[in-house]
Design a protein around this ligand. Structure first.
Ligand SMILES: *[C@@H]1O[C@H](CO)[C@@H](O)[C@H](O)[C@H]1NC(C)=O
Ligand SMILES: *[C@@H]1O[C@H](CO)[C@@H](O)[C@H](O)[C@H]1NC(C)=O
Ligand SMILES: *[C@@H]1O[C@H](CO)[C@@H](O)[C@H](O)[C@H]1NC(C)=O
Ligand SMILES: *[C@@H]1O[C@H](CO)[C@@H](O)[C@H](O)[C@H]1NC(C)=O
Length: 365
């Protein structure tokens, strides 16, 4: 190539990189409810051990600063906000309550939260599932006051609501045998209790005019470094007994979401089985470029699973070959793959009956 063409191409690419994106977002706003899998800073404002507001958390994030996200970089909802053509969604407690700041969505998720209000309370404060839905309702009320009921309702019903919750009901409730729950409920009954509670909240959200919902299943937490350490696994084998609970929950939840979608015909509700997506990554880790599959990048003890990640000295130098960032949470590379799957099933199918992309581009039912 001659030099003038190269200069021309460089100039063009610089111009393109400064051209603001004029594409319309695919949804007016993105709302997030859940636990540490999607907390983007709520717990920074609470008195709790479950906080990710210190280094090395966030070291590979866009700002290279800790934000409260439980990862080295982005979490799935960050990748999905960008796919929707939206900015990263601010955490509810991290913004000042002005409607302009919330108009593209709000993240209410709080690490430690479960479907049961008291799940996770041994860690300290959190915003429970029901409280998060109440905060979402408050946001909607504020929108109504600012833009009128019709406009606010249109906004809410065209927006995406993403829910990722339930694992702490196992980690911090069932597996700890809180209130003698093991004797009162068999795993299957506990599971039914959780799934029916979640179903009830989905109907409440529908009654608030939410029409596009993504319900995330539970991850294979039995493969998390913490449980490999706690159960004394020899070669990184996952703890089946814990994974079985996640599998059962997902099986039931998928069924419930399918039935609910039939009942609420003008709503789109999808279920994404993050267990399937994560097992695909664990099994085919070589193809994805991961060679450290059972040890966390940051932590202490065998598999770095004993102690939580507290300081940069406890972390590996480069997390890009790791599946697990800390004792419970995956690295941003894993989060990117999972987000691709939620969006369009790019690596493996895990959402039913459709992907998020299909949900936002199809015409209203
Ligand atoms: C509602 O939206 C319409 C059309 O987008 C706009 O003209 C109107 O001013 C909005 N109403 C309020 C109260 O903001
Ligand atoms: C759960 O706790 C109760 C006492 O609160 C105890 O009787 C029971 O054996 C425990 N169950 C398991 C499986 O540890
Ligand atoms: C993983 O791969 C990286 C480079 O791709 C290499 O430096 C590292 O030693 C490998 N680690 C293990 C445990 O195989
Ligand atoms: C981590 O390693 C990958 C390749 O193994 C490399 O592309 C990346 O730049 C490294 N990141 C940092 C922060 O050093």
């Amino acid at each position: 190539m001659d030099a003038s063409i190269i200069v021309y191409l460089i100039v063009i690419s610089i111009l393109l990189s400064f051209t603001p994106s004029t594409a319309e977002p695919l949804a007016p706003a993105f709302f997030v409810i859940g636990d540490s899998s999607v907390d983007s800073g709520t717990n920074n404002f609470l008195g709790t051990f479950a906080r990710a507001d210190h280094p090395p958390y966030g070291r590979d994030f866009d700002t290279h600063q800790p934000t409260g996200r439980f990862s080295n970089g982005r979490i799935p909802v960050d990748f999905l906000a960008l796919r929707l053509g939206l900015p990263f969604v601010p955490s509810y407690l991290g913004q000042n309550g002005a409607v302009e700041d919330m108009i593209h969505g709000v993240n209410y998720a709080s690490a430690g939260a479960g479907i049961i209000a008291s799940s996770g309370s041994e860690l300290g404060q959190h915003i429970s599932f029901t409280q998060q839905i109440q905060q979402f309702t408050d946001t909607f009320q504020q929108f109504i006051l600012t833009m009128g009921e019709d406009n606010a309702t249109t906004l809410i019903s065209n927006s995406i609501l993403y829910i990722s919750i339930g694992i702490n009901d196992y980690i911090h409730y069932y597996l700890l045998n809180v209130s003698n729950v093991n004797n009162l409920y068999l795993p299957w009954h506990f599971n039914q209790f959780l799934a029916s509670s979640l179903r009830r909240e989905l109907k409440n959200l529908y009654n608030l005019n939410v029409r596009k919902i993504v319900v995330m299943g539970l991850a294979p937490i039995g493969c998390a470094p913490h449980y490999l350490w706690e159960y004394g696994t020899d070669n990184g084998e996952c703890v089946e007994q814990i994974n079985d609970m996640a599998i059962e929950f997902n099986f039931l939840m998928r069924h419930i979401v399918e039935k609910l979608a039939e009942e609420l015909r003008d709503a789109n509700i999808i279920f994404c089985d993050v267990y399937e997506g994560s097992m695909d990554i664990l099994k085919n880790h070589d193809q994805y470029g991961f060679n450290i599959t059972s040890e966390a990048c940051c932590g202490f003890g065998k598999y770095k699973g004993w102690f939580m990640c507290l300081s940069p000295e406890m972390a590996c130098s480069n997390a890009s070959n790791y599946i697990w960032w800390d004792q419970f949470h995956p690295t941003d590379t894993v989060n990117a793959i999972l987000a691709d799957n939620i969006w369009n099933g790019q690596h493996t199918k895990m959402c039913y009956p459709m992907h998020l992309q299909d949900m936002v581009i199809q015409k209203a039912k």
